[in-house]
Ligand binder design. Structure first.
Ligand SMILES: Nc1nc2c(c(=O)[nH]1)N[C@H]1C(S)=C(S)[C@@H](COP(=O)(O)O)O[C@H]1N2
Ligand SMILES: [Mo]
Length: 299
């Protein structure tokens, strides 16, 4: 059954959301966004989503600066149409795919996911997206592939943060193939029933809800199937602090701070610090992926 956000949201909330959206849109400097219809997913949490304002004004997107407000202030200049994604490496159908071709035939769902940043803040986001596994199945993963590597756009003319060399651009991330194929792992093209705000990683970004937020790479232009663990941005910067796996784990602290609890953004309404859950609350779904691994070593 296909439904729009207005079908599932009580009217007063809906109106309020439209007002918030109007604010977010003028903030991003974009014209009215297209509505996205999506089925409701059984993978959604029952937790109350953060407001669109929280989700689109408190961001990490270092291509636009290191401040939480920088992405909302500067991402409006990003051209997201046309957009293409290179899919290469150990796949049967490598190529440069137009965005419309990447999403073609993939069933869109609304996935309300908990999102936990490594900096110990958290949000709940109603993403619109589809399973990465659907795309990987379509391009045909070859037998030797063991990892999936992702890269973000490099376009310093539109991404002012890229004039700083503190990150070796492009921003890179990676998943083990079984993590990439897991049904919780999605490519998101929108949130709150609308196209993705630019500051949240338009037009297409990864969302991996049991891992720290930095694994969820934004504005993806390249997806490569490889046989070796790929380099990842935060591991390249600080290997002692950020590992390849980066699973949310309250028992393994960051060397400079505890990971046992988190600050819920919008806490004025939703009530302050809360305990961080193993795998960000998705333990039942994903713990088996790491059976036999020492997660203090494979952090
Ligand atoms: N390309 C790119 N992707 C990125 C980042 C970034 O700086 N550049 N920041 C990451 C971090 S640290 C977090 S917490 C999330 C934030 O996503 P949000 O702003 O949509 O909440 O994006 C991740 N993806
Ligand atoms: Mo983060």
């Amino acid at each position: 059954m296909r439904m729009t956000w207005s079908d599932v949201t009580p009217k007063p909330l809906w109106l309020n959301r439209r007002q918030l959206l109007a604010g977010a849109v003028s903030l991003a400097g974009t014209p009215a966004l297209a509505r996205i219809e999506a089925a409701k997913s059984a993978y959604s949490t029952d937790a109350e989503p953060n407001s669109l304002e929280d989700i689109s004004t408190y961001n990490n997107f270092y291509e636009f600066g290191t401040g939480k407000g920088d992405p909302a202030a500067y991402a409006g200049s990003l051209t997201v149409d046309p957009w293409s994604v290179v899919i290469d490496g150990m796949v049967d159908k490598p190529g440069t795919y137009d965005l419309s071709d990447v999403v073609k035939g993939q069933p869109l769902e609304e996935r309300i996911y908990r999102f936990r940043c490594v900096e110990a803040w958290a949000m709940v986001v109603p993403w619109i997206g589809f399973q990465l596994s659907g795309l990987l199945d379509r391009v045909g993963v070859q037998p030797g592939a063991k990892f999936v590597a992702f890269e973000t756009l490099v376009r310093p003319e539109e991404m002012p943060g890229q004039s700083s060399p503190f990150i070796e651009w492009p921003y890179r991330e990676g998943l083990r193939l079984d993590e990439a194929m897991h049904p919780l792992t999605i490519l998101a093209t929108g949130l709150y029933g609308e196209e993705m705000p630019k500051q949240n990683g338009a037009p297409i970004r990864l969302v991996v809800p049991w891992k720290y937020g930095f694994k969820s790479i934004k504005s993806i232009v390249r997806i490569s199937l490889v046989d070796k663990m790929p380099p990842t941005t935060w591991n390249m910067l600080q290997p002692g602090e950020y590992g390849f796996y980066s699973n949310v784990n309250p028992k393994v602290d960051h060397p400079r701070w505890s990971q046992a609890s988190e600050r819920r953004i919008g806490a004025g309404l939703f009530g302050g610090r809360q305990d961080t859950l193993m795998f960000n609350g998705y333990e039942a779904e994903v713990a088996s992926l790491y059976a036999g691994q020492d997660l203090a070593k494979d952090y």
